[in-house]
Structures are given as C-alpha cells and as structure tokens.
Design a protein around this ligand. Structure first.
Ligand SMILES: [Zn+2]
Length: 222
C-alpha cells in the first residue's frame, strides 16, 4: 500500500518537528528519519527543484497537488528529474548525509504554499505517525504494488475521522494492524457494527486515500 511516508520498512524518527534548537528558525522545520535508503514520493505532485544547499545538501522539492512543497534533504543521490510527475510509489532518491548533517538521515519537510523557510506544516501528522523520537514499524508502512486509491465503486457512509486510530485486518484487537495512527482520514463505513470482539464494536471501513479496507473500533477509534 502506498503511504505518506517517504520510507518503507522499519524506520526511526531521530529529531521531531518543531524541536527547539540551533536552527535559523529557532526550531526544527522538518522531521529527521532514518531507515532504508530508498526514498519514495509522499504525494501526487511535480518535482519543482533539484538543488544543493549548504544546510540541506542535495535536496528535492516536490509541489503537491494541494499546493504545498515537500522537501527531501541530505540525499546522497537523486533519482528523479525536475518536471517529473511523481506519486507515492515513485523512487525519487537515496538517503545520505550531504550538507549540514552528521549522520545519514532524511530531513523531510513540508512547506506551505509560500514555499518559504519556517512556514511549515507538521510532517508527522501528514505521515500519520506521532511527532516523537522513536522506532516505527514496518510492514504497516510498506509500499506494495497495490493499485491504491481506487476510490471508484466505493459505497458506504463517508466520514472524516477526528482521532488517531489503527486499521486492523479483522474485528479484534489481536488482528494484524494494516495502518497505525490514521489521523483526520476520510473513510467509508462499509458496514457499521460488524461484530463484537474484545468488548468493542467495530466498523468495517475503507480508507479513501489508500484504498485499504479493514476494521476499526467505532466508538473511540483507537
Ligand atoms: Zn532535520
């Protein structure tokens, strides 16, 4: 499944968004990620710039379809070209430690439509993970060869989630988790109150963004 996360497999957050410190803005304008080397697109968009910066090193900027700019920095290698149309399954570069960087990592940053430094959106929220240093798993975030976002033929009640939640393969908390911490996601409720397991009532849902189907607890969405 395609995700909003630029990496696949296990990865770590080594510096969270908005940490205060010795940056020009006084805080960290992106999020630092360490994991597999291959970097994927995080949106449908267009590569607007491939460049070099003494701080950011080799970087790529992608203008997303919502007008925001996704920055991928400190790359060892860029594998896309300016003007390319990309998606969440496009390989765009390779993690590195170029520019002002001490160890190999990806600085992923989302700038608002001004594309100005320190005018940012929260990249952790966008990726659907906590804005917190830690290790994050893995098969839940893998990019497969799915024909994601096939939203046609979807029936059911459309609603937007206000909570973080997990999407599971079966209506039980012991089932495999398809996606962790889905925030503010538009989804279709295919069947309400499917079953009762583990003391919860579950809805079968389909997530619009990824095309995934699974189950979530319909009361607290945890
Ligand atoms: Zn950073």
């Amino acid at each position: 499944m395609a995700t909003n996360i630029p990496l696949t497999g296990a990865f770590r957050v080594t510096c969270e968004y908005k940490r205060k410190g010795d940056w020009a803005a006084g805080w960290h304008t992106g999020i630092d990620l360490v994991g597999d080397d291959t970097i994927y697109g995080t949106c449908d968009g267009t590569v607007t710039k491939i460049g070099w910066d003494n701080s950011y090193g080799n970087y790529i900027t992608v203008k997303a379809s919502d007008g925001k700019y996704h920055w991928f920095c400190h790359l060892s290698k860029v594998t896309c070209s300016e003007g390319d149309k990309i998606s969440r399954t496009t390989k765009i570069g390779v993690m590195g430690s170029t520019g002002n960087s001490t160890d190999k990592h990806l600085h992923f940053e989302i700038r608002n439509s001004s594309n100005k430094y320190a005018d940012n959106s929260n990249p952790a929220g966008y990726m659907g993970i906590p804005n917190k240093v830690g290790s994050y798993n893995t098969p839940n975030y893998q990019i497969g060869n799915t024909t994601a976002s096939s939203n046609s033929n979807t029936t059911g009640e459309l609603k937007t989630l206000n909570h973080n939640t997990n999407l599971r393969k079966a209506p039980t908390t012991s089932a495999d988790i398809l996606s962790l911490y889905i925030p503010n996601t538009t989804l279709y409720v295919l069947e309400p109150s499917v079953a009762v397991a583990d003391g919860y009532t579950w809805d079968k849902v389909k997530i619009r963004v990824t095309g995934e189907e699974g189950y979530m607890i319909n009361k607290n969405y945890k």
